[in-house]
Design a protein around this ligand. Sequence first.
Ligand code: PA5
Length: 424
Amino acid sequence: MSIKLDLTQVGHPDLSGYQALVTRIHQKIQSKTGIGSDFLGWNTWPFDYDKDEFEKVKSLAKTIRENAEVLVVCGIGGSYLGSRAAIEMIQGLYPNRKLELVYLGNTLSSTYIVQAIDRIKDKSVYVNVISKSGTTTETAMAFRLLKQFLEQKYGKDEAKKRIIATTDKHKGTLKSFADKEGYATLSIPDDIGGRYSVLTSVGLLPIAAAGIDIDEMMEGAKKAATDCQDDDLEVNTAYQYAVMRRLLEKEGKSIELLVSYESQLTMFAEWWKQLFGESEGKEDKGLFPASVNFSTDLHSMGQFVQEGKKVLFETLLMINKPLLDMTFPEDKDNLDGMNYLAGKKLSDVNNAAMKGTLIAHHDEAKIPNMILTVEDFSARSFGYMAQWFFIACGMSVYLLNVNPFNQPGVEVYKKNMFKLLGKQ
Ligand code: PA5
């Protein structure tokens, strides 16, 4: 298992000019001496993750699976996107699973919140509230509504047993709230920020509750961390990708478009956008990370990619083996004229769309394409991909001389919103 990186469609560039800089940054990451190095915990996490906490996650997940019809995952940004990305990638969008997952705390949309709570009212519900800071407005608002809902439905004592809080180990509003109320708690390591936290309890509890093998996932992450230990640009694919992004930016590209051909990767792309966008969009620097899901978006954004302003490059994420497949049937009347596809697998048609599009975009529209290939939709592959993108993102952002681990810009809207709402 690995991620293969094909650079033939970006013209076989010579990356060696970056080697000395990459080596220096690599050493800073390893010795934790770069900017923001208090948040480099993800770098060694697949080797040194907290095994007791991991067992606690498994045991809580088992309780949820045995007792709940619905698990509400209440969190936003890095406290939500990773688990949803993993679950949808690994199980597909209409999984054969008893437990329904409902996401709350990720929006202020009144209609969404009211409908979601209405949807779960007659079901057996558990809630996992996830917030490192414990003060995020979207999450805290939704959690108050959920707490009151559970207490009305089950009474205070039973409600308590159905709430699991994932938050800072020692401090914060949610931590003291959970301790006071007597909720089960899971902790987020001090040195791992939200968008790097999918392989901690933040992501692992919802993922395990969905029935996914989290041991396998951590094995995949460990393999990626092992494969990318060498700073040599000849062998480290995550660093090759990191450098290639910077080279394409220098050539005038300002948008990286993550392209996939599987609907179940839509949330993975959302997770990836947060990782790169929030890590590098600072100090007037950074590529704008965008995503499309083809062939769906070939019928919308495809026009821009083919003939619009030449501002973007594509990173094509290919998964070799679909989760499910079937053969397209023959029809004796052939009124729809589709018999030319009879006998082919659905995935063959999708692959033909992918190959045809690559020719159209790369050969004809001259859009550079990096191609990432992953074997399958397994938990192991997800773990590998998450860790690989962390490594790539850290290097790529450090190459810009920017702190990959803070997000000062997101405070600006909050300040204005709080003022408008009269928060002291
Ligand atoms: O990556 C990040 O740090 C952010 O996206 C946070 O995860 C997000 O804002 C949620 O924060 P919290 O977990 O403190 O509620």
